[in-house]
Design a protein around this ligand. Sequence first.
Ligand code: MLT
Length: 238
Amino acid sequence: MKIFVYHTPELTPTDSLPHCAVVIDVLRATTTIATALHGGAEAVQAFSNMDLLRSESEKWPENKRLRAGERGGKQLEGCDLGNSPLDCTPELVKGKRLFLTTTNGTRALERVQSAPVVLTAAQINRQAVVDYLRQKQPEVVWLVGSGWEGGYSLEDAACAGAIAGALSHIMEVGNDEVIAAIALYSQWENRLLDMFRQSTHGQRLLRLNCEADLRFCAETDILEVVPIQKEPGVLVAL
Ligand code: MLT
């Protein structure tokens, strides 16, 4: 198993695809996806575009759908939810499809949606994803951070390091970013919340009064769920 880390969707190669792509958006899209699926959502369907989300979700029975939309950390008008994982309670999401669009995470998913296997990972379900990779050992794995509008995100790099570090004894290093991500995680693993508070998107979320989200996103290995793509853009719990 050869692992590559790419810090943003824009940095992924355009002339090849891995056997398995793992999309990471710790703050907060992939934390929300893991929480919704763990809470019993039928699926999460990701869109980079709100207009497409609206028209696709119209086709779904109203009592079986939730529209979740975020830009710049804020809830989009006309949506039932923003992108807070804490809103995805089992009472709300059970049996429903979450139609989700976010600033970066859903764009990252779109970038790698043609890979044969697409997973999402966050700190909260890191171990479940590590166990999947350890068991399946796909030949080439990309860990793709969502970043922020094309730029690097500290928390996504740290989560990539947390995954790669747990597999270091059975993997081949694909690029230098893997080594850097492992070193980053080992520096912060016991102080992830501090890291999130210092990161630019963490600070944006704090300005929007999302301290509780930061705390939740910093929890490690609390949910045993592996979100896996079953058709382009549609994620289900494995
Ligand atoms: C994103 O996709 O950029 C995020 O998940 C932003 C957020 O809602 O915190």
